[in-house]
Design a protein around this ligand. Sequence first.
Ligand code: PLP
Length: 328
Amino acid sequence: MEPPLDRSTTWPYDDGQPGAFYYSRYAHPTGVEVERELGAREGGDALLFSSGMAAATALVLALLSPGDTIALARDAYYGTGVLFGELERWGLRHVLFDQTGAPPAGADLVWIEAPSNPLLTMPDVEAAAAHPAPVVCDSTAATPLHLRPLEDGCDFVLHSATKYLAGHHDVLLGVVVCKSSEHAERLRELRGRTGIVAAPDAAWLLQRGLKTLDVRVARQTETAIELASRLRAHDSVQNVRYPGFGGLLSFDVADGDAAKSVETATRVIANATSLGGVTSTMESRHRWEGDRVPEGLLRLSVGLEPVDALWRDLEQALAGAVSASRDR
Ligand code: PLP
């Protein structure tokens, strides 16, 4: 059993000396406990942040300087590229590359995503690790159950812990796990100074979520394997993208109208954004990402509902889309 949640922002000094906890912007007991567990799962030194994007922001601010270039996987979460675009005003450049091959020479940081959201490509981790620059792997969709990037030569693992790690669509959090303790110290210093920290309540929800991570992801994987195979056999579906593990997949229907018809017709699967929770969510990604993805692309995050209930829901929604396009 963990100690009870401590919401304190300040703790008394001991004989005039600050102890391990003295001001919660630097550290708090629940955060440190969750970081210990995440570090053990990934094989490194973990730090919590207030969201996945906060974690990404801290990482590039801590590692890079104006004039530096990030080689970013073209398929990575679209918000990561938007963030790096925002940081251009501070002199940070980024170039896109195909993560199934080697990153371009000359970059000061390499950023890959495994598997990518929502195109589900897997990076060539060996080629990335061979690059002289530090390598960050956003492993949000893989989780530490399916991939341990630090063991494969990456220097940092990043998770939007909002997704599978916390798992219940009720908390926003991010984590960076560092291979080197020097990097972790630098990040810890920057985190404390900038204040982009996770609150104790959020950390506590993550701690509880981690207790069921293994069973959730095992079940989500089992269901996703089955749904991917049934979708591949469906007449109105093309390009089922599924790497064979995890709970995230995407597929294409005929066009944007068909995608809208399918996403609004499901009743078990929520038509909502985000992924990795116990309830299934599905949405057209074109609304956010534009021409980065096909107009008919639907991203499905598989939850814990029975596979047959999910399949019946998808089948009736797909049947509606077929007749909608026939009626036009
Ligand atoms: N990385 C990936 C792969 C994501 O899917 C997301 C969010 O969707 C993020 C990072 C950003 O995380 P957050 O929403 O917790 O800031």
